[in-house]
Design a protein around this ligand. Structure first.
Ligand code: SF4
Length: 387
C-alpha cells in the first residue's frame, strides 16, 4: 500500500507538536510539505533526522516495486504499480508475441506475414513485439522485429499460464496481480504471460485474449497468427495503456487533405486526438480539398478547451499568425466547430485586431455532418466550390 502525505505526516514532529517541528532541515518549509513530497517519492526519508524508525520501515515497504520489470531486447514487461488504470496509469503495455514453429508446414509464409504486419492508429505504428522460434537450430533472419529461441524465452523470469479454461486463467491472473499489488507478496512479483496453443476458434481466442489483456497478462503468446485478431488486440491495448491524466493529442499544425491550394476549404478544431481523427476522416472523403487548422489545446476536446480557456480568440489569432496562414491562402473563410458558434464575433474581432482578414463560418456540431454541410455551403464561402 502506498502511503499518503497525511499518513506520513502523522509520524513527523509537527503532527506531534514535538520539538524540532518544521525545523526545515529536510529542505522543506514545513513537516507537511516534506510529507507530501515523500508521498510523491520526490524526497528522501533520510533528509529528516527526526523521522522515526517505524515510519522508515513503513515507507520503505510502501516504496517497494510490487511487480518486477523484465527487459527483452529493449521491450519492457511488467513493472505495474496499480490494479486499475485510473489510480495512476499502467506502465508497460501487454506485449504480443507469436511462436513460429519449424514443424508447422507453412512457417515461412507465416513468418513473412508477421514481418509485414503493422497497424497505425492515433499516430502510433505498432508491430509484433516478439517472435519466438521453436524447433530451430539456427534462428531465421527477421527484419525489424525482436526474436529469440523458445528455449531462451522459457528461461526468462516470467510466470507462465497456459490458457485452457477461461474461468481458471482469469482467476489466476487476477489473484497474482492482487497479491503483487495489494500485499506486495514477492512470490507473485514476476510478470505473467498467457500462452495460447493453436486453435481454429478465433472468436473465442479474441474474447479471451482481450480479457487477459485488460486483467492482467503482461504478455500474450500465440501459436496462431491472425492479422485481424492482433489488430483488435493492439487497438484495445492502445486504449488501455494510455495515461488517463494525459489526453491523447495530435500535433498542433495545419493539416492538408486531398492536395489543397490557395482556394481550398479551411476547417479548424483542437488537438484532441479523437476529435482530430473524426474530422480528418470526413475531410479525407470530401470531394474537394481542404485544410484543417489544429490549435494547441492540451489535448482537450472543443467544448472542454473553450471552458478551460484553452480555445480562445487570442490563441486562434496567434495560431494563424504562427503558421503565416494568411499568406498561404486566398480563401478568407475559416469553418469552426458548431459547438463554438457563440465565439464567432469574438473570433472575428480578435483576428481583425491581429491584422488579419479571415471571416468565421460556423460549421457542424458533429463531424459526420461535414459532407452535407459542404454541399450546402454558400457559393461565396469558398472559391473551391465555385464553378
Ligand atoms: Fe519536519 Fe523533519 Fe523537515 Fe524538520 S526535517 S521540517 S522535522 S520533516
Amino acid at each position: 500500500m502506498e502511503l499518503s502525505g497525511l499518513q506520513i505526516f502523522k509520524y513527523l514532529p509537527a503532527a506531534k507538536k514535538a520539538e524540532n517541528s518544521n525545523c526545515k532541515k529536510c529542505g522543506c518549509p514545513t513537516c507537511m510539505a516534506f510529507a507530501l513530497k515523500l508521498a510523491k517519492q520526490n524526497a528522501k526519508i533520510e533528509s529528516c533526522p527526526y523521522a522515526p524508525e517505524e515510519l522508515k520501515s513503513l515507507y520503505e515497504s510502501s516504496c517497494k516495486q510490487p511487480q518486477n520489470t523484465v527487459e527483452i531486447q529493449g521491450l519492457k514487461i511488467g513493472g505495474e504499480n496499480v490494479l486499475y488504470r485510473h489510480e495512476k496509469t499502467f506502465i508497460n503495455k501487454t506485449a504480443i508475441a507469436i511462436v513460429v514453429d519449424k514443424l508447422e508446414n507453412n512457417w515461412q509464409e507465416k513468418l513473412k506475414r508477421i514481418e509485414n504486419f503493422e497497424i497505425t492508429r492515433v499516430s502510433e505504428t505498432m508491430k509484433i513485439d516478439l517472435v519466438i522460434f521453436k524447433n530451430f537450430e539456427e534462428l531465421p533472419t527477421v527484419k525489424e522485429l525482436r526474436t529469440m529461441s523458445f528455449e531462451d524465452f522459457k528461461k526468462l523470469p516470467l510466470k507462465e499460464i497456459i490458457d485452457e479454461k477461461f474461468s481458471k486463467t482469469s482467476a489466476e491472473l487476477i489473484t497474482i496481480r492482487q497479491k503483487a499489488i495489494l500485499e506486495k507478496d514477492e512470490k507473485f512479483a514476476e510478470p505473467v504471460y498467457v500462452y495460447f496453443k493453436h486453435t481454429e476458434d478465433l472468436n473465442t481466442l479474441c474474447a479471451k485474449a482481450s480479457f487477459y489483456l485488460c486483467k492482467y497478462a503482461n504478455m500474450l503468446v500465440f501459436e496462431n497468427f491472425d492479422e485481424a485478431l492482433i489488430s483488435t488486440l493492439m487497438t484495445l491495448r492502445q486504449n488501455i495503456f494510455t495515461d488517463p491524466q494525459k489526453p491523447l493529442q495530435v500535433e498542433s499544425k495545419i493539416y492538408e487533405f486531398n492536395n489543397p491550394d490557395e482556394n481550398s476549404l479551411i476547417f479548424m478544431t483542437t488537438n484532441f486526438a479523437l476529435t482530430f481523427y473524426a474530422v480528418a476522416n470526413e475531410l479525407e472523403s470530401l470531394p474537394v480539398p481542404s485544410y484543417l487548422i489544429v490549435t494547441p489545446a492540451e489535448g482537450m476536446s472543443v467544448l472542454t478547451a473553450w471552458s478551460a480557456e484553452k480555445f480562445t480568440a487570442v490563441m486562434v489569432a496567434k495560431t494563424l499568425k504562427k503558421f503565416d496562414f494568411a499568406n498561404r491562402v486566398k480563401n478568407r473563410n475559416i469553418i469552426i466547430p458548431g459547438l463554438l458558434a457563440h465565439m464567432k464575433e469574438e473570433l472575428e474581432e480578435e483576428i481583425e485586431n491581429a491584422g488579419l482578414d479571415f471571416k468565421i463560418v460556423v460549421g457542424t456540431v458533429e463531424a459526420f455532418a461535414i459532407g452535407d454541410f459542404v454541399k450546402n455551403l454558400a457559393p461565396d464561402t469558398t472559391a473551391a466550390l465555385k464553378g
